[in-house]
Design a protein around this ligand. Sequence first.
Ligand SMILES: Cc1cc2nc3c(=O)[nH]c(=O)nc-3n(C[C@H](O)[C@H](O)[C@H](O)COP(=O)(O)OP(=O)(O)OC[C@H]3O[C@@H](n4cnc5c(N)ncnc54)[C@H](O)[C@@H]3O)c2cc1C
Length: 444
Amino acid sequence: MSQTSSPDTIHDLIGVGFGPSNLALAIALEELAETNGHALDALFIDKQTDYRWHGNTLATQSELQISFLKDLVSLRNPTSPYSFVNYLHQKQRLADFINLGTFYPCRLEFNDYLRWAADHFATQAVYGEEVLRIEPALNDGKVDHLRLVSRDQQGREYTRRARSVVVGSGGTPKIPEAFRAFKDDPRVFHHSQYLAGLQKLPCTQGKPMRIAVIGSGQSAAEAFIDLNDSFPSVKVDMILRASALKPADDSPFVNEIFAPEYTDLVFNQPHAERAKLVNEYHNTNYSVVDVDLIERIYGILYRQKVAHQYRHHVLCRRDIEQVVNTAEGIELTLRDLATDVRQTHRYDAVILATGYERRSHRELLAPLQQHLKDFEVDRDYRALASPEFAAGVYLQGFCEASHGLSDTLLSVLPARALEIGQSLYQHLGNQASNAPTALRATSA
Ligand SMILES: Cc1cc2nc3c(=O)[nH]c(=O)nc-3n(C[C@H](O)[C@H](O)[C@H](O)COP(=O)(O)OP(=O)(O)OC[C@H]3O[C@@H](n4cnc5c(N)ncnc54)[C@H](O)[C@@H]3O)c2cc1C
């Protein structure tokens, strides 16, 4: 659906991106509309043509890394119709899911859950438009609302206006400098494009290939397993700088850092202490792998030793010193960080499981920079701004430094959505459009 507001419409809120963060907000706003007796006029814009949660990474074996109980709503409102359990009930799979005996559904299923929830907000969502920038609209020397400029897939531009924006545009794939020259080369792609990228490679027709997977995190491990299981003609080298594949710490005491209450603890610390807390628990989320995947990879390598057939390798402690594009393939010169020995390996394709950066908010909000205090936010995720800036700018997923490690994950979505929703009602006050309370989707 493509909604273009009339040039006079000023929405209460436009959400940039309709991933899990802004979807959780749409649900919280529906609840708040009931308690406040009126709904906000909210619209969400996503650049994808339909709802997909990291769609190109959904290899069949990949699983959710947190409990399904940390869905869009349950930690705030276990009676919400938008819970994962109600989704299973609606799809008539609840009893079967219980029989699985797991807290960790496959990501394909969680994607389907999110899409099901998003379908209930179809009238508030615009798909297939990328927001390019968010500009200030001045009125009597005050910025009282914002202009969002977006572009659809045919190149047409649209301008919409809103009193507040909530930026939930997610991470940006991190491409190491040495691979930037391969931007348009189908043999080199980031893991965020895993399924689409593979489709262009000859291994999908059963042709032999040597593929390098760069990285030491969950995505690299998932790619390794998928290439092993799905493409018998592929030999994989997993290349990492770390000295070993390390397990993600999801033990129960450590997991308490992802509880919504922990956000207060992190936020109330001085800046230096916040950074210490984030660093101390880095190994819950970054450059680490679920231990069951590590054990599977180890098992695969062990069976190779038994059979004396060395199809795959895990090359630890390797720094990539040089990347050369040759007619025969992509040559990587690797330096062993312990021995200083260099070796050159040739690959037919390279998959960059090199993580994500959180900077898209800075690009989108660049025209507002002079009014904002370096994108720092208050406890309610509202960007701190100078007095003449009356519009609201909220950030979801860009506040790890101030709100803790859960900020980029699913764990705090229900609590954060409510906090932002309440702040929106409080700040919009009398200006809000007082749209009638939206009817809750009956099938939810
Ligand atoms: C492969 C992968 C697996 C993960 N698995 C887990 C997990 O198991 N558990 C967990 O807690 N976390 C996981 N995460 C972390 C992930 O960040 C969260 O699960 C969640 O996706 C965050 O939601 P979000 O809405 O903030 O961001 P995203 O899910 O990234 O959504 C952002 C949305 O914004 C849209 N968008 C971006 N820019 C624009 C623009 N300019 N204009 C319009 N639309 C735009 C995108 O199309 C996208 O739909 C995973 C991340 C990845 C990459």
